[in-house]
Design a protein around this ligand. Sequence first.
Ligand code: PEP
Length: 261
Amino acid sequence: MPQAPRRPLLAGNWKMNPLSAAEAVELARGVIPAARQHASVLDVALFPPFPWLRPVWDALHDTDVELGAQDCFWERAGAFTGEVSAAMLAGWCGWVIVGHSERRALGETDADVARKAAAALEAGLSVIVCVGEHEAQFVAGQTAQVVGDQVSAALQPLPASSIDRLVMAYEPIWAIGTGRNADPSLAGGTMRLVRQRLEQAFGAPAASVRVLYGGSVNAANVASYVELAGCDGCLVGGASLRPEEFSKMISMVAAVASPAR
Ligand code: PEP
């Protein structure tokens, strides 16, 4: 049976920004009109820091912009000071990011990422699992090995029954926040590898999983990624803090999206 086409996703990771709830609400509101205009062809989600989830939830309620958190913990509740469980987020968010390289840099392992992804799906959230290689690994030609291993580790505990809520994001670490976005054709090759791993793990249902690119994506280069047949959208950091630019990116992704994808 032919699979439904994958809707592109433009996801905005605000990282540890902005500093106030009022600014967070203003950022979120700035994206609503473009998301509404193109809601028939793409999904838009914003990922504020934990304290701003509630005010941003208020701002986005009943709009076409979805809300997510930047991390979660795998246990549901208990003596885990400082952690926030996927089950707790499920009351506020539809989404969560796990395995971002900025969290892996603080000690998060492939096994942690896998447990977080499984907990997120179990809690009913949609989850973006980030993978990507360090610059030295890229230069040494180890990208396929590193990314392949990260993908396989993350997928290992995931039930095939909920992978329609799974999104993979290929984010070369050397491209994040550096202004040095990856060459689209190289990134496209690695995204194809991610899809092969998905197909090996899940077979035909893997066709529902979206694969994104992330790393210094902005209005000037977003089209070069989403035009790739194997790219289902982008995970955007810095440019998502500029609502005018992010709105322009929404329009550009919508322009590229076609029913044939
Ligand atoms: C990110 O935070 O995931 C990211 C890709 O950041 P930037 O777009 O700023 O490189």
